[in-house]
Write a protein that binds this ligand. Structure first.
Ligand code: CA
Length: 427
């Protein structure tokens, strides 16, 4: 693996941009992409570098026409349509310029403080698929409904997923309107229609697809990782009462498609390369994956993931967020990111630049590493007490949920995803 690393991953590399050395999210080893009204930007410390601005200032003359024209638009899709060699070349060029003080004079005018920037949806989401790849999540949810047989017989053979809705993927900061829908209280024969009473978040990663495979062609396991442009944090908001009534026999529908929030920065697969770890070994007795799902040298990422909530009252008092859960991505997953990609295309399904594959709720083996309130409060039977004295089974209007994530590896600076935030407002 180490031969794949280059000087952009060097843990000793520092930038001339003030405040970046040791930055908890965006040191020079990260360099995630986002977009604002002015076009494509790269995060460096507390600042964002405008790439069109940098090109105007004379940077990037040797990048080639394909990359330069991909940087001229208002979304990352043209860049995602290129491939790993171009993604790597661009990352090196950005890293070299931000490390070399000779560029400071020309590039400093293209830096903007991130707090002064209005970040937009970083890519046009072409299609959204959501998986169910955390075995602890699947086991917890299954055991609420089938205590004796929590995992269905297909779980360890096939990555379970469903097609969601791309048009309702929104960027961090977008208010989340409480959905209304049909629900049926347990004692009642007939359903009623009204605002969901058990609105939940789901902590997930969103895998952002780059490159394209034509309809009818597959993505072999050995090259599946090359189709991952990057990763975002994803909150797959879910209305549990609507879900319980509608989900059989065809799966989630209106309980899930009213909104899903992503973080505004796409952390690239290239930046995450030093933070790769082996997939956990399958427990003894579990089946080997079928041959098409066997990824040579399969990897996950070492990521610490957090969920925080604040209530309106807590924000008024300027209280910090209350951490509801903390878990490790790499210990939660039964199916790897590459397995999700190769499985998705195994029937000839065309994956396109800007497709978003949700991992499914990321829950670890411990109660504090459960990635949604359904599990965290065990269907509302174990409410959480918040610092303002109120308790929660599910989300109330005014609650703001923030996801955070950091990749870590021995001897390397942690890199972060920024935050993925949404406030619930009344329906
Ligand atoms: Ca989900």
């Amino acid at each position: 693996m180490s031969q794949d690393l280059d000087r952009s991953h060097d843990p000793e590399r520092i930038s001339w941009v003030p405040g970046t050395d040791g930055h908890p999210e965006f040191p020079i080893q990260n360099l995630p992409f986002g977009t604002s009204a002015e076009g494509i930007v790269v995060a460096i410390g507390d600042h964002a570098l405008s790439l069109p601005g940098a090109i105007e200032a004379g940077w990037g003359t040797d990048l080639g026409a394909a990359i330069t024209s991909a940087l001229a638009g208002s979304s990352l899709n043209p860049l995602m349509a290129l491939g790993p060699p171009e993604w790597r070349q661009l990352r090196l060029a950005v890293s070299d310029a931000l490390a070399d003080p000779a560029w400071q004079g020309r590039l400093a005018p293209s830096l903007t403080a991130i707090v002064d920037l209005s970040l937009t949806m970083p890519f046009g989401c072409r299609d959204y698929t959501d998986f169910y790849a955390s075995v602890h999540h699947a086991t917890n949810v299954g055991s609420m409904f089938r205590p004796d047989n929590p995992l269905l017989p297909n779980y360890k053979w096939i990555p379970i997923g469903y097609h969601g809705r791309a048009s309702t993927i929104v960027v961090s900061g977008t208010p989340i309107r409480r959905p209304s829908g049909q629900t049926r209280p347990p004692e009642s024969e007939a359903p009623t229609f009204g605002p969901s009473r058990s609105l939940d978040y789901e902590l997930e990663l969103g895998i952002v697809i780059g490159g394209a495979n034509p309809l009818g062609e597959t993505v072999p396991a050995a090259s599946a990782a090359d189709r991952i442009f990057g990763v975002v944090l994803l909150n797959d908001w879910s209305a549990r009462d609507m879900q319980a009534w509608e989900y059989q026999p065809l799966g989630p529908f209106l309980a899930k498609n009213f909104a899903s929030t992503i973080s505004p920065w796409v952390v690239t697969a290239e930046a995450l390369r030093p933070y790769q770890v082996a997939m956990p070994l399958r427990p003894a007795g579990d089946p080997e994956p079928l041959p098409y799902l066997q990824v040579p040298g399969d990897r996950s990422w070492a990521l610490e993931l957090d969920v925080e909530v604040t209530t309106a009252a807590m924000r008024e008092q300027e209280e910090p967020g209350f951490r509801i859960s903390r878990g490790a991505f790499e210990e939660a997953m039964y199916w790897s990111p590459a397995q999700l990609v190769t499985h998705h295309a195994s029937n000839g399904c065309a994956l396109q630049p800007g497709d978003l594959l949700g991992t499914g709720t990321i829950s670890g083996p411990r109660p504090e590493s459960r990635g949604c309130l359904l599990e965290r409060t065990w269907r509302g039977t174990e409410p959480l007490t918040l610092p303002d004295g109120t308790s929660r089974r599910f989300l109330e209007d005014g609650d703001e949920v923030t996801l955070r994530g950091h990749a870590h590896a021995p001897g390397r600076p942690p890199i972060g995803f920024g935050s993925c935030r949404g406030e619930v407002v009344g329906g």
